[in-house]
Design a binder for this molecule. Structure first.
Ligand code: COA
Length: 527
């Protein structure tokens, strides 16, 4: 299909607008809670992101995860869900950092705060990354307790994970920089090594108001669970710091004693920049679900020297597969260039097996409307061919990374490394869109179901009612398919500017070297 220049210009402007809107949204999130931030600073405390800046090695990137978690929920009172998580380098060691933002409702936890905390611990587990917890939190956000406290993946899972991670030799370090109440007290108590800031950090199972209610005893927070008490009498913490700066310095010193486990065997060659000009990248960003752009041109902006060795270039061409290097790491890339047909799905399954057998990590560039439907394709067994690709991916043991570069609809989401298939990291572009099917298709399906239902009961359904149903369906699908809706609920690890794709993939590939891969075992492939 050919596109003319004016179509291209319009699309380019749209992409630019979407990236700008994303950056503006991020900026708004960062500016939020000005009053609370001023109060926090007046207490001689650093803000969560300032603490992280000091903790990570100078000049190294901090990859923040899910910065827009809880966006457009809770009346937007929980920017970033009140917690900053991400991947950073501390004294040369790749680590996960989890920092409460005390300026957001006292650093308390709603559902998305917990999801974010648990996801960060999951990334630590999958990649053998040390964890640092910068604790400054009032624990559970009490009005939301039913969504936060009791279930398997709720608040308690944080402590379960800490014990399991420590058991696997993954270091757990806490710095108590503020409140650490009730269940939250277990974060430092479950850590391998804990630092607490004098006259600022407190750790107690029941705070002063609870103690007063339960026993009538009146006690100050410092007396009940301050730094001096915990480092001299209770032994709940190990190091007493004078202030935030000092605490971070102690933590960085602790990192000098941590074991280095990294094996860089997959970094096969020196990193070489792509030959393309990054400023031209937006021109190749696709419209969700559209295949009018050649995805190979996009790959040129991501891989070393823009060199891509294609596999089965002339077969199943709606899925592009091939090998390349990203920052010196050998990778297998799978990228959509249209609907998945039987041939493309078989080619995908074959390529995934190749990557596993050669121990090469994979990158999925997902822009998929789904598998081909229709009588002829069902007859020829598109379901079993799609299943082969899904099966190969589900049993993959090499790390893989997914970037939502356009649309993500239907079972194509699964075969192309969707969230349910455990990509090590999954990022979305601001132009992406995700739902079980496109809004128009969903509206048509629901309208047909309603008409058939009425017909079976011998009833009539008015055209007006059908039109209303369609309109409502399109509206709700459009809002729920937005990348902001998805990222707010942690269906991804964050939205990124397409230009940052190479950077996040490089970091993902690098952290994955900390853990050896198991050998993959495949299930039964239906032939
Ligand atoms: N649940 C719901 N809201 C909470 C909360 C909690 N556990 N802890 C604090 N908040 C809210 C406050 O109501 C306030 O909301 P507002 O901004 O709408 O007024 C905001 O968080 C900030 O609290 P504030 O007390 O003004 O801040 P602070 O910095 O002086 O103190 C804490 C922060 C966390 C030390 C203090 O609020 C506290 O002790 N909270 C109770 C902690 C607790 O008992 N948790 C047990 C739950 S497991």
């Amino acid at each position: 299909m050919s596109i003319n220049k004016s179509d291209n210009d319009t699309q380019l402007n749209t992409i630019r607008q979407k990236v700008d809107a994303f950056k503006e949204t991020l900026n708004t999130i960062h500016q939020q809670n000005a009053k609370q931030k001023a109060r926090h600073k007046s207490r001689a405390k650093l803000l969560a992101r300032e603490r992280i800046d000091l903790l990570v090695d100078e000049g190294t990137p901090f990859i923040e995860l899910s910065a827009l978690a809880a966006f457009d929920q809770y009346d937007n009172q929980f920017p970033s869900a009140g917690i900053i998580t991400g991947i950073g380098i501390i004294n040369g060691i790749e680590s996960i950092i989890i920092a409460n933002d005390a300026t957001t409702k006292g650093g308390t936890y709603v559902k998305e705060t917990i999801k974010k905390h648990l996801r960060a611990q999951e990334i630590a587990e999958e990649n053998n990354l040390a964890c640092v917890y910068l604790v400054d939190s009032g624990g559970i956000f009490l009005p939301e307790q039913a969504n936060v406290f009791p279930d398997k993946n709720d608040f308690g899972r944080i402590f379960y994970n800490q014990a399991r991670l420590s058991g696997k030799g993954i270091p757990q370090i806490s710095i108590v920089m503020g409140s650490c109440t009730a269940g939250g007290a277990y974060i430092p108590a479950m850590s391998d090594e804990t630092i607490i800031v004098k006259n600022q950090g407190t750790i107690f199972l029941g705070g002063p108001p609870l103690v007063k209610a339960a026993t009538g005893e009146e006690v100050s927070p410092e007396e009940l669970g301050g730094g001096l008490l915990h480092t001299t009498e209770s032994g709940v913490a190990d190091h007493l710091a004078d202030d935030d700066h000092h605490a971070i310095e102690i933590c960085r010193t602790i990192f000098k004693t941590l074991p280095q486990t990294k094996n860089n065997s997959r970094q096969q060659q020196e990193a070489k920049a792509p030959l393309t000009d990054i400023n031209d990248m937006y021109s190749e960003v696709p419209e969700p679900g559209s295949s009018v752009k050649d995805v190979k041109k996009l790959i040129d902006f991501i891989v070393d020297e823009s060199k891509f060795d294609e596999f089965k270039a002339n077969y199943g061409t709606t899925l592009v597969t091939g090998f390349a290097h990203i920052n010196g790491y050998n990778v297998g890339i799978l990228a959509n260039n249209g609907i998945l047909f039987s041939e493309s799905a078989q080619k995908g399954a074959h390529f995934i097996q190749l990557c596993n057998s050669r121990n090469i990590p994979m990158v999925f560039l997902q822009n998929i409307t789904g598998f081909m439907v229709g009588k002829e394709y069902e007859r020829r067994g598109i379901a079993k061919d799609g299943a082969k690709m899904v099966n190969a991916l589900a049993n993959s043991e090499v790390p893989f990374f997914t970037i939502m570069i356009g649309g993500s609809y239907g079972a194509g989401n699964y075969a192309m490394g969707g969230r349910a298939f455990n990509p090590r990291l999954l990022f979305s572009w601001p132009n992406s869109s995700i739902s079980v099917m496109g809004p128009q298709q969903a509206a048509e399906v629901l309208a047909t179901v309603k008409k058939d239902q009425a017909k079976a009961l011998g009833k009539e359904i008015s055209e007006e009612d059908i039109a209303k149903l369609k309109e409502q369906t399109v509206e709700s699908y459009q809002s729920q398919a937005s990348p902001y809706y998805a990222t707010s609920r942690l269906w991804d690890d964050g939205i990124i500017d397409p230009k940052d794709t190479r950077l996040v993939l490089s970091i993902g590939l690098s952290i994955s070297q900390n853990k050896p891969n198991k050998k993959s075992n495949y299930g039964i492939f239906r032939m």
